[in-house]
Structures are given as C-alpha cells and as structure tokens.
Design a protein. Structure first.
Length: 348
C-alpha cells in the first residue's frame, strides 16, 4: 500500500489520515485478540485514527455496552498516546438505551460530563481527540428513516447548552476537538452559528453515512460543510456489507444483517438489491471487486475528509484497507453516476 494522505479536519488544526478504523464490532463480532491485531495492522499501515463510542459494541445491548472502548483502551495503554487520534461519541436519548446512564435522558451538562468520564476511564486516557454527539437529541429522521415528521416534536436540550457543556470539557483539557454525527443541515448551521456568536468550540466534523447506496450528503450537506469548513467522516461505505456483493451470491451470508436482521433498516428498501447488482456488474466489467469500487468511490469524493472502515476480522481488514486506495477514473465515475440516476439513494 502507498502512504495514505492526510487532511485537515475543520478549522481547528486537527489533521487526520484519509482512512479511520471503526470499532463497533469490537466486543460483539470481534474478540479482543483479533481487535488488537486489527489495531496493530491499521497503525502499521499509517492509520492512526480510531473511532469508537460509549454505546458500542453494536447492536447495542447491556452486556456489551462500553466493550469497544474497553478493548481499544487496553490496546491504547500500550501505545505512545500522542501518536494515536482517538474519536468517541456520547449517546443521546431516543434510541431506548436505558442501560446507559439510566436513559440516557438528555445531552445536557450532567450527562455529557458523566459520559466523558466513563469513556476516559474505559479508554485508559486523560483526553479525547475528537468528541462527538452520536445523534441529534431533537426530533430527526435517522438510521433508515427518511421523512421529517413535525408531529413528533419533543422537549430537548438546546444546542447552545450542548455546546456550553462541550466547551467545559475543552477548557478542562479532556477534549481537544468536538463534532457531531448523523446531523442535518439545520443542525450543522446552528452549531456553527452559536459557536461563533458565543465564543464556543466550533464543530470540526460530522460523521454521517455515505456510500454508493446513500449519497444524500451531496444534495443536503455538501455545500454547508464546504462553506463552513466542517469535515465529513463517512461511515458505512460498504453499506453493512451489501456493496461487497456477498449478499448477491448468498442472501444468508454471515454478517451483521444475517445475524441481526432488524439491524439493517436502511437496507430493506426495494431498490437496494437492483442497485447493488448494477454496481457489482460495473465493478467486474472494469476488473475490480465490488468492494474496491465502493471504497474507491467514497475516497474519491472531495468532501470526504476520512472514510471510516470497520471489519469483523483481521482477514477482512486486510482486504478492505488496500481496497480503499482503488483509483476511480473519470469514465468510471460517469458510469457510477448513470447507475445512481437510475437507483437514486435507495438506502437513505
């Protein structure tokens, strides 16, 4: 593999490699020994950017809550801390995770402070490089929902108060940079505006789904993030394994969707199968695997600061990490766009 490029994340000075290792399988599909082997392999190949969350492993359940952070933390304790960029996330309400901080009831000061202390303890570190709000507390369509419903409005912690709480963590040295995840244009603009008006930390990034099956970022957030210098950390570039093509040959192939069918709400929509088949055929026509096409495409996007890839095993990571470096020439991009116009965002 050639060396990975590095990009500035937002305006604050944090520079990250173009690939980030996601860890949400650690502690569920991935045992600790294999997880540590993945972390060693990624670091040896220049990927020193690690993403986790207090609610991981996934699918979320009480028995594995915090497991991913603990596994990463035991590995991190053996590393030179200043060589590793650690990102983690605080869980918000609305996902029925009653075992996390008793709710969690809100993204308010008390909950954010409790969450960071738990993450620092599990990660065996005294600071987080990028601390993210895992999803908006307010009413929003997320994780396969695709329509905003104003009748579902509810009380929530004002964004200004969320930023105030994050600012305290930055001032205390517990957090270097802040970000959001699964956000929408209105939310990004509110976080940026309030930070500038009140001298609060500016969000460096949003972590949102982006893949050949979900290019909604292009028409909703790309302009906002470009003009406001908010980086995109693109997750699910293989659409939960769909874009590897494995489910075309065997719908019951082992993976998250086979083990936990309810986990893939985004990918049960009618045009997912035809779109995946079309992209797989296009890849093979150009001498590529479907995985190479999917990962190379995401990396080629100018608005993607870093692509988050995850693997259930070291062997899988050894396939996907080199695949991220696949070059996508202009004529292949045109063919991808032609399929996209036929099957537009089948898994938003």
């Amino acid at each position: 593999m050639t060396p990975f490029q590095h990009h500035a994340l937002g305006r604050g000075g944090l520079v990250v490699p173009e690939i980030c290792l996601g860890t949400m399988t650690f502690g569920e599909q991935t045992a600790e020994a294999d997880a540590h082997a993945q972390l060693d392999y990624a670091l040896a190949h220049g990927v020193n950017f690690i993403d986790t969350a207090e609610m991981y492993a996934v699918p979320a359940r009480p028995e594995t809550s915090g497991a991913s952070e603990r596994i990463v933390g035991r590995w991190l304790a053996r590393q030179a801390r200043d060589r590793i960029i650690v990102a983690t996330k605080v869980a918000g309400p609305s996902r029925n995770l009653d075992w996390i901080r008793g709710g969690p009831p809100a993204l308010d000061r008390a909950n954010i402070r409790a969450a960071i202390e738990g993450s620092l303890r599990r990660l065996h570190t005294d600071y987080i490089d990028l601390y993210q709000l895992h999803w908006p507390e307010r009413n929003q369509p997320m994780f396969g929902q695709w329509q905003y419903d104003p009748t579902r409005e509810r009380e929530c912690t004002p964004i200004r108060e969320q930023l105030d709480a994050l600012a305290e963590l930055v001032r205390a040295g517990k957090v270097r940079y802040v970000g959001v995840s699964n956000e929408h244009p209105w939310g990004i603009m509110q976080f940026v505006r309030l930070a500038e008006e009140h001298g609060l930390p500016r969000i460096a990034a949003t972590q949102n789904a982006y893949s050949l099956l979900n290019r909604t970022f292009e028409s909703t957030l790309a302009e906002v993030c470009h003009r406001e210098c908010v980086g995109l950390l693109a997750y699910s570039p293989l659409a939960f394994g769909h874009l590897s093509g494995k489910y075309l040959a065997d719908p019951a192939a082992d993976g998250r969707l086979a083990r936990w069918p309810a986990f893939g709400q985004r990918y049960t929509k009618p045009n997912v199968g035809p779109a995946v088949a079309a992209y797989a055929e296009l890849a093979r026509a150009h001498g590529l695997t479907p995985t190479q096409l999917a990962l190379g495409f995401v990396r080629s996007r100018s608005f993607v600061t870093s692509t988050i890839i995850g693997a259930s095993s070291l062997g899988q990571l050894q396939e996907t990490l080199p695949a991220t470096q696949t070059a996508i020439p202009a004529e292949l991009l045109e063919a991808i766009d032609a399929i996209h116009l036929r099957y537009t965002n089948p898994a938003p």
